[in-house]
Structure formats: structure tokens, C-alpha cells
Design a binder for this molecule. Sequence first.
Ligand SMILES: *Cc1c(COP(=O)(O)O)cnc(C)c1O
Length: 359
Amino acid sequence: MTRCYNFCAGPASLPESVLQIARDDMLDWHGKGLSLMEMSHRSPEVVGVAEHAEQTLRNLLGISDDYAVLFLQGGASTQFSAVPLNLLGDKGRADYVNTGEWSKKAIAEGQRYGEVNVVATAKDTNFTTIPPQQSWQLGADPAYLHYIGNETIGGVEFFWTPQVHVPLVVDMSSTILSRPINVADYGVIYAGAQKNIGPAGLTLVIVRRDLLGRAHPLCPAMLNWKIAADNDSMYNTPPTFALYLAALVFDWLVEQGGLTAMEVVNRRKAQKLYSAINGSGFYSNPVELASRSLMNVPFILANADLDKQFLQESEAAGLLNLKGHRSVGGMRASIYNAVSEAAVDALIAFMQDFEQRNG
Ligand SMILES: *Cc1c(COP(=O)(O)O)cnc(C)c1O
């Protein structure tokens, strides 16, 4: 068996040791004579897995009891609706920052339910920058401020926390668990699992408990965070197998030394790749230096006619899924937690060789 290096933006690479445990557990989970997938979500086994997942995640991120941890479905995109439905309340308006493709989707969904004030947009720089907070036009008394912690498509990441006096709501789909964060800075943190947590089908919401109970009367029960919290994320059948895999990923992160250790490795991986790009006259990344994502590294070739050849040859070399998002073109290397430093080294070696032959 040969496992390739996978740079997919999502669903993304998973730690090999996690997949091996899942393989060994597949037919007979812990001697119970059946797969975890085949067990009731009300069984002590599955409830135990869910509790272990939550506790390990709380330890990793330092989540206090002031926050509920919800394991939901529907992806981050469903939270684009759930956020306004749960938080707009009587105010009916909210602030949003526009730093790219995912911001635009969140804004469009927010506009269906209330009044959206876009405090700043990076449109002028084609979404290669993060407008500094001094330039933001904050709204009058918004219910919350929403932003995308890392624009997965554009490769633009916040390395600072907006300072506002309203609940801060952040989509951390592609950056959660890549480095430590201060959960207490936020009202709500949400993330689809398939980038840095586990397989698709699971969505994480971390919400400050005092924000529960404000949902719009027409908010579907399945999108209502309070109902989810009151039912330990088991109001209906949760994605049990995805949750089990996420728990294994959380255990793996603990083994790696937690998020401080992950940050060291992630910074080193990103720094290597960006310096290889910067140091070449052939590859380039358009994002301002201070906002270059540690997780998603888009880059273009000096000659776009070579894109197809680059992708064919990289794939043949066992470096998969380097094609950039269709909206921006070029290439993108997603280097999440489970993408090893060896994978990044192999990518850099390939890029340098390709440049030498074609540059
Ligand atoms: C991938 C992604 C989404 C969409 O996630 P789904 O789980 O597919 O809905 C939303 N926001 C960000 C930042 C993403 O990276």
C-alpha cells in the first residue's frame, strides 16, 4: 500500500494512525461484536465516545464551562443560516467582515434574515488583504460581528482578534486546532469538520451559554443551538461515526503535544513553503505578508499554460489535489495538521524540480 501526500482543501488528509485504528475497530469495536457505526446513539458506548470527544476538545482548546460544545450536521454552510437565526434577536442587524468567498456566502445568508452591515471589504485588493480594524465602519448596536478566521480559497488568515463590544462570531472551518486560541474572546466559534477535525458530516459549534435562548421563533429545531445544547447534541441521530473519528483525531493531537506543538510544526511547514515560493521567480502568492494563511497556500505559476502539466506531473509524483479553487485558478496546497512536514518537503522539492525543467 502506498499512501500519497494529499493537499486537498477538504475533505482533507487524516492522520494515518487514526485511519489504522478505525480500520482495526471497523468490524468489532472494542470486543462488542459490532461496528460503532451499527450502535444506537443512545448506547453507553456511543455516548461515551461523544463525551470523550467533547472532553478532549475542551482540554485541547481550553474551553470553559461557560461554553456549550455542540456536534451538529449540515456543515459550516448551515451555520451561515444558524448564526443569524440564533443570534439576531430583537436587534435584527449584524456586522460582517468581507474577506473573500466564504465571507460573501455568510453575508448573503445573513441578509435573508436581517440587516447586514458590511464593516469592511477587501474587494479593492481582490481579497488578498485583511482591512485593518481602524478602517472598519462598525454598525450601531449590532447583535454580533461575524468574520471568517481563514479564507480557505484565498489563503487569507486573521492573526489578530477583532476588538468589539458585541459577541464575536467566527468561522474557523479551516484553521481550528491549527494553533491555540483564546476561546473567551468569542461568542461563537464554528467549523465544518472536514478540514482540520475529521471526516465530512460533522460540524462543531462552540457557543457561550448566555447566547443560547435567543433564537427566532421560526428557527428550525435542528438549527437551534439551545435545543442542541439541552439534548447533548442528540436531539436527533448525530453523525456517530464522524464523531468517533473526530475523537480519534483529538486523541492524536494530544499525543502530538497539543495545539502549542501543532503551531510550531504548522508555522515551520508554512514558512518553508512560502519561502520556496518567494525565493522563486516562477511561483507567486498574491496575499499580503501579514495575512498569509498557515493552512491554505494558493500559488500561481509564471506561465498558466503549464498548469495542466504541473498538475499531471505532481499527481504522478504522489502529490495529490494541488489544483486551486475554480474561482481563483492556479494551485493551492492545503497543509492542515494531518499533512506532515515530509509532505511539504516533497512538494517543495517537486516545485523546484519543475521550475528547473520549465522555468
Ligand atoms: C469549507 C468551508 C466552508 C463550507 O463548509 P461546509 O462544511 O462544506 O459547509 C465554510 N467556511 C469555510 C471557512 C470553509 O473553509
